[in-house]
Design a binder for this molecule. Structure first.
Ligand SMILES: *[C@@H]1O[C@H](CO)[C@@H](O)[C@H](O)[C@H]1NC(C)=O
Ligand SMILES: *[C@@H]1O[C@H](CO)[C@@H](O)[C@H](O)[C@H]1NC(C)=O
Length: 350
């Protein structure tokens, strides 16, 4: 999200369930290390393959890149896969007018059993590519005869793929219009590989964004970015087929990723310092471009328990070094932090 471009966002937020103490919140993300992308920008999602290699990232020119060890132990970004076969003119690192041709890979997830990489491409739908990479194969690009408009994130449970279509009206490049118009046409969907059937699990969502299954697959989470919250859709047990609010948050949530303990990292553009929130009940919040520029929005990594309690919040209160985050992948005691607009990844040692 490019916050400074948001003209006037009027949001009614009633945030009742966030209660963070100073002890849980630390202004530390500015200390994270930078890994430059060398000519590419916007690593929206970060994923490691089942062999622990990577990370893999999707960037704004439509490529999926893999971080590899080269000669003399130097790390470099290798081309791994693409979602479009029409890439002749896809030479600029950032060209929103070309995204519908070149592709814009957002959510990335590996199937840990097969090693296949599932890709939510904002324009080209749900796709899959094998461990050798190359041109990905489309799986779902339409529902009931209508094209998906803004595929955003994905998670996998064997043959069943869960994914979001952020809006049925606005494409990715129109996200600010989607924000300011109060669009609620987002959907959480599922694709069953064995039957090739697509099902809508939840619709009328406000900017349906990140997707994450719980450790034992009893529920799937979906972020509603412009409703400042995460919904839980039950897949198993007595509540199966119903949903509830998992957590309300003090800002705009993007992707959610599970860690090895079954906790969830949420990438959040916080509205104000999370540490300043006590028994928070926000009233009406009005944002102006000045407030955005003055760092009213700043990146925060929030860790949630499997029942939706906030366990920890890592912030960059000034938002000077990081500015925006979209994804947090925990691996071997490090957080790999992606952003849809920055020309680098961040790595933070826990
Ligand atoms: C690439 O750009 C050239 C020149 O602008 C144009 O003629 C051509 O049709 C484009 N090719 C594709 C595949 O978009
Ligand atoms: C799955 O885990 C949740 C906690 O995330 C727990 O409440 C539930 O009982 C578990 N369900 C099964 C079927 O093990």
């Amino acid at each position: 999200m490019n916050a400074s471009n948001i003209l006037l966002l009027i949001i009614v937020a009633q945030i009742v369930s966030v209660n963070l103490g100073f002890d849980k919140s630390q202004n530390v993300l500015s200390k994270s290390k930078i890994i430059h992308l060398n000519g590419a920008i916007g690593p929206e999602s970060v994923a490691f393959d089942p062999n622990g290699e990577g990370p893999y990232i999707g960037v704004a020119d439509g490529r999926i890149l893999k971080l590899q060890l080269g000669l003399q132990n130097r790390l470099f970004w290798a081309d791994f896969a693409v979602t479009s076969s029409h890439r002749r003119n896809c030479t600029l690192p950032f060209a929103p007018e070309m995204e519908h041709i070149c592709g814009r890979p957002l959510g990335l997830r590996f199937d840990t059993k097969t090693g296949d990489l599932y890709i939510a491409d904002a324009y080209l739908g749900l796709q899959v590519v094998g461990l050798k990479g190359g041109l990905a194969t489309p799986l779902v690009q339409k529902f009931e005869g209508k094209p998906l408009v803004f595929t955003n994130d994905v998670d996998i449970d064997g043959d069943v793929i869960y994914f979001t279509d952020t809006s049925t009206k606005y494409q990715r490049w129109q996200f600010l219009t989607s924000f300011s118009s109060g669009d609620t046409t987002g959907r959480l969907m599922k694709y069953d590989k064995s039957t090739k059937k697509v099902t809508v699990l939840l619709d009328n969502l406000a900017f349906a964004n990140g997707v994450a299954l719980s450790k034992n697959r009893s529920f799937v989470l979906v972020t509603e970015t412009t409703n400042f919250r995460i919904l839980r859709y039950w897949l198993k047990g007595p509540l199966a087929g119903t949903h509830d609010v998992f957590v309300e948050l003090p800002g705009f949530p993007d992707n959610i990723r599970i860690n090895p303990k079954g906790e969830f990292w949420v990438a959040l553009q916080a509205i104000r310092s999370v540490s300043s929130i006590s028994d928070s009940k926000f009233g009406m919040l009005h944002f102006t471009p000045q407030q955005m520029d003055e760092g009213e929005l700043h990146p925060t990594a929030i860790k949630l328990s499997d029942d939706g309690r906030v366990l920890e919040a890592l912030e960059d209160v000034e938002g000077k070094t990081l500015r925006s985050i979209s994804d947090i992948e925990e691996k071997d005691g490090k957080l790999w932090i992606g952003s849809v607009v920055m020309p680098f990844l961040r790595v933070y040692g826990l």
